[in-house]
Design a protein around this ligand. Structure first.
Ligand SMILES: Nc1ncnc2c1ncn2[C@@H]1O[C@H](COP(=O)(O)OP(=O)(O)OP(=O)(O)O)[C@@H](O)[C@H]1O
Ligand SMILES: [Mg+2]
Length: 413
């Protein structure tokens, strides 16, 4: 699949833009701070309802220089998949639920994930291998939602129960809860255990799918011949025999519930949820050493990139039917890689149906990349705009033409 048109209203540094993209490689270049990442973030946000940069949606709505804010940001994409064309639309209103439409019909925002798949790799992803387990859980949960959109509600439901149970534990700790509230703890335990077990199994299934493509990508990018190993680490049953690991969700739910019963006093004394997949981790090793705390900067980059390329393949990156392949977004990636890894990455992405690359220095891209070039500039009045440099005359005067930047409002068709 590929995105043919993008219309943004009041999204980050974009006031209003309608831009055209092509299948194949699109390179967005321009000096720092012009709006390159903002543009690809919009596409990835619509597909994943999550930003690789911020947790708070309010940052996505355009702020004026005087500190006031636009009412809402709107992202509209025209997505082509074979003969099929769809207009996807997401409206982000600060501190209100998002609104989504497909072909102008209102849908739940998470349904957009069925229509557009993207995988983004950005400098922030280095944290994926270096930071606390929370980021790796987020990677897995977003991966599960993109891989099996029907499971995307699982994480939301789990977190809702977690919050409610957490509030109850705090009340019990402070003595505010009455005996009725105390008796509801068991009901929450049951719900948390069931959803927690489903979430765990979904993550484990994804990890099982990820392993081989991640190893393959890593073998191509990193030349040293070291192997990546991935293992989902459950908080409960750490000592379980390997052959028992693929067990029924029901059994895991029982184990989670037993663990809660065992630590009930401690949970109440501390007023926090101590048991469940919100405490799990994805263990990543290079040969026998954990990446976190051991791998070098460059090694960590290769591992993080391999994980994302692994996810790209799981989502259909090598699919026979090219229109099934996700849109691959590489935000500021090439500058970090040495020439060997740049060439390897260029080869890997050559099979993608659409790749969006952002770079401050287009000269850092491998020459072998046959790309559509767009240069991004920021104007004090108009916000970020696109200059379609590819259409400039080669030897005439270089007069930058502002194409489509002020196109018809609200239409990506
Ligand atoms: N909500 C917002 N409203 C207005 N401007 C914003 C908003 N969010 C971010 N910006 C501005 O967008 C600019 C950053 O844009 P972006 O991250 O896309 O830059 P970039 O072109 O990718 O630069 P680099 O090459 O440094 O990565 C910053 O100047 C920032 O102030
Ligand atoms: Mg950037």
């Amino acid at each position: 699949m590929y995105v043919s048109h993008v219309a943004l209203d009041d999204f980050r540094s974009y006031r209003q833009i309608v831009a055209t993209l092509v299948p194949g490689v699109n390179v967005l270049s321009g000096p720092n701070g012009q709006g390159k990442t903002n543009f690809v973030e919009a596409i990835s946000y619509l597909a994943n309802l999550s930003s690789h940069r911020v947790g708070a949606e309010s940052a996505l709505v355009r702020a004026n220089p005087d500190g006031t804010k636009a009412n809402a940001a709107v992202i509209r994409l025209k997505v082509c998949q074979g003969e099929r064309e769809r207009i996807l639309e997401l409206e982000i209103v600060s501190s209100k639920p998002n609104r989504a439409r497909i072909n102008r019909t209102a849908v739940r925002p998470r349904e957009l994930a069925y229509e557009l798949k993207t995988v983004i790799f950005a400098p922030e992803d280095l944290q994926l291998v270096r930071a606390e387990p929370a980021l790796r859980r987020k990677f897995l949960d977003e991966g599960v939602a993109a891989w099996r959109p029907t499971l995307s509600q699982l994480k939301t439901d789990y977190e809702k129960v977690l919050r409610q149970r957490g509030a109850l534990l705090k009340d019990l700790k402070s003595g505010r809860a009455d005996s009725y509230a105390q008796s509801t703890l068991e009901v929450w335990n049951g719900q948390l255990a069931t959803l927690g077990a489903q979430l765990t199994i979904a993550r484990e299934n994804l990890v099982a799918q990820l392993l081989a493509p991640t190893q393959k990508a890593h073998n191509k990018i990193a030349s040293q011949g070291r192997e990546i190993f991935l293992a989902y680490q459950r908080q409960v049953d750490k000592t379980i025999a390997p052959e028992k690991e693929i067990e029924e969700t029901r059994d895991l739910a029982q184990r989670l519930q037993a663990a809660m019963a065992q630590r009930e006093r401690e949970e109440i004394a501390r007023g926090v949820n101590l048991i469940g997949p919100h405490r799990d981790d994805l263990e990543i090793k290079l040969d026998h050493l954990p990446v976190r705390g051991f791998a070098s900067h460059g090694e960590s980059w290769s591992v993080a990139l391999a994980l994302k390329l692994g996810l790209y393949e799981v989502l259909g990156g090598q699919s026979e039917d090219r229109s099934e392949r996700p849109v691959l977004i590489l935000d500021d990636v090439f500058a970090e890689l040495d020439s060997y890894r740049r060439a390897a990455l260029a080869e890997i992405i050559s099979g993608a149906e659409q790749v969006l690359i952002t770079t401050a220095e287009a000269s850092e891209l491998p020459e072998s990349l046959d790309a559509h070039h767009i240069s991004v500039r920021r104007d004090p009045q108009a916000g970020s705009i696109f200059l379609e440099t590819e259409t400039l005359p080669v030897d005439g005067p270089v007069e930058e033409t502002k194409t489509e930047a002020t196109g018809e409002q609200g239409s990506a068709s």
